[in-house]
Design a binder for this molecule. Structure first.
Ligand code: BEZ
Ligand code: MG
Length: 538
């Protein structure tokens, strides 16, 4: 079906808006330093753009946010409330919140708290979360506490989880004409703290179960949502959880394992219950009993963390891509849960069970819940979501569809990995507002730019998800612009060198097709940088 010209123009317009409206951090936090007025204005606008039903606060209308925050900063909250009232909007409760937040942002006790902590004195506790989602994290410089794992998923998280899981399945169905039989999900500890378990809720919804609370209001059990109510098959879910999640959310690990085992035992048609279908198929293997066939929660061996896929990529210590997926499984094939006799399984190596579970996966997914850290900001997204996707590719003999959700925008949005990489690249790596913000931090800022390029490369290595134009534009922006290259060399020649080397590696490994003349120029610049670095070393 070809789209009309108007439809194409409208789609382009929507994409431009999406990039323009994307929230991005425009610099690094400096320990002990309160935020500047401009930084405060940006944060206040973000905070004011979300409804907060729990405290009766409504988001400010988008068209007035900029002016209302300016009036607030220049003349105080009464003036801002009056400004909005003239435009027919009651904003008393929003500005009460913004006033508190603004005051807390103007002070900074981090250094004092650090000194007191070093003296072994008491540090006041405070919640750890994303500032936009929970402004109560202020003031900073407190002893961050997490969450009661028995409260996870919260009622709000479960309600949101349903919307995300439904959008995710809709998107897959749109592209493939049917529901996926099995998905692999990445669950992180900090994310589930920040959202009170949105990732956990999504896993439960895909399986088609809801949490049940005991007499002490602890989420310790699950019940099946009837198929008629669910209106779709139950999806098999392979959960790869971080070491942090395993440590912080032990009761939740057991809840997830219990959910899989409950669903596996429901007397339902196999085409409506893919967990049961796969468990039955798996038990046909002589070496596999029912307990073994229903293992779906995997993490590191006890006491271990991470996949090491990021280190392998960063150090260029690999030849074949499948090694990256194999390393992921080697690190993550430890089972957690409880068997049918009620005995706990605490990190038993279960490589065959994981290989088999992954061999049925058709889509992989991770939730992104903060504007502060995205796909290319850290190497952890590609080590986890990229790692599991590469492991699936070999075991299922097909590349899975890879998705991310965006629960940081007002409405939930599911994007493919490729779409998310493009959006992050345009909103951050190639956005002058972002990189100039980074460059104000000098040496560290250049390192951040180089990290973004390397993390982008990580998505080529694990998922072949990076378009050629991305590498070309990185080269044009940071290497072939002479004055930019001079700035990078001056501030941090090591990172400038790594950036150029990474671009050459992208071409060498077949992820970036470009002209020979471009490569020759890059090689020449790399030699210059090497000479400069040798000069420094002597
Ligand atoms: C976690 O919160 O579980 C996590 C954080 C950083 C990297 C990997 C996992
Ligand atoms: Mg390509």
């Amino acid at each position: 079906m070809t789209k009309s010209r108007d439809e194409q123009v409208f789609e382009l317009y929507e994409q431009l808006l999406e990039i323009e409206q994307r929230l991005i951090p425009t610099g690094l936090h400096v320990f002990g330093r309160p935020s500047s007025a401009t930084e405060r204005a940006d944060l206040l606008k973000m905070i004011a753009s979300f409804d907060r039903p729990e405290s009766g606060v409504r988001a400010l209308p988008e068209e007035f946010i900029d002016d209302a925050i300016r009036v607030f900063q220049e003349h105080g909250s009464d003036a801002a409330v009056a400004y909005l009232e003239e435009r027919g909007f009651q904003a008393g409760s929003v500005f009460k919140l913004l006033e508190t937040v603004s005051t807390k942002l103007e002070t900074n006790n981090e250094m004092d708290a650090l000194v007191r902590a070093l003296r072994g004195e008491f540090i006041e506790p405070g919640p750890g979360a994303d500032i936009v989602q929970n402004p109560d994290i202020l003031p900073t410089g407190r002893n961050t506490h997490a969450i009661n794992p028995y409260g996870v998923p919260s009622a709000v998280a479960f309600a949101r989880g349903k919307i995300v899981a439904a959008s995710l399945l809709d998107r897959y169905k749109e592209e493939n004409g049917r529901y996926p039989e099995a998905m692999a999900l990445v669950l992180w500890g900090l994310d589930n703290i920040k959202t009170q378990g949105e990732g956990v809720a999504q896993a439960l919804w895909l399986l088609g179960v809801r949490p049940v609370r005991d007499a002490l209001n602890r989420a310790t059990n699950v019940e099946a949502i009837p198929l008629e109510e669910l209106g779709r098959p139950r999806v098999d879910v392979v959960m790869t959880v971080s070491g942090i999640f395993r440590d912080l959310f032990s009761p939740t690990v057991h809840l997830l394992d219990k959910a899989v085992r409950l669903v596996a035992h429901l007397d339902e048609p196999l085409d409506q219950n893919y967990v049961r279908k796969h468990v039955v198929e798996q038990m046909a293997h002589a070496d596999c009993d029912a307990d073994e066939a229903a293992i779906r929660v995997f993490s590191n061996a006890p006491g271990n963390y991470g996949t090491n896929v990021n280190f392998m990529v960063m150090d260029s210590q690999w030849e074949r891509e499948e090694t990256l997926g194999d390393l992921f499984v080697t690190r993550k094939c430890f089972a957690y849960g409880r068997d049918s006799k009620g005995r706990t399984i605490e990190g038993r190596e279960a490589r065959i069970a994981m290989d088999r579970a992954l061999s049925r996966v058709e889509a992989t997914y991770q939730n992104i819940d903060t504007f502060e850290i995205g796909l290319t900001d850290v190497d952890h997204y590609f080590e986890y979501l990229g790692g599991v996707s590469k492991a699936v590719e070999k075991r299922a003999q097909a590349r899975p569809s890879i998705y991310l959700s965006d629960s940081l925008s007002r409405e939930v949005k599911i994007r493919s990995l490729e779409e998310t990489v493009r959006l992050e690249t345009r909103a951050k790596t190639l956005n002058p507002k972002w990189y100039e913000g980074m460059l104000k931090h000098g040496f560290r800022g250049v390192a951040e730019i180089e990290n973004h390029v390397s993390n982008t490369f990580g998505w080529s290595a694990t998922a072949d998800a990076v378009d050629d134009w991305i590498y070309s534009e990185v080269a044009n922006t940071f290497v072939f612009d002479e004055s930019m290259l001079e700035r990078l060399k001056e501030l941090n020649p090591h990172s400038a060198h790594s950036l150029v080397r990474r671009l050459l590696e992208a071409n060498g490994r077949g992820y970036w097709e470009t002209d020979q003349s471009v490569l020759e120029k890059l090689q020449e610049i790399m030699r210059d940088l090497e000479d400069q670095l040798e000069g420094v070393a002597q």
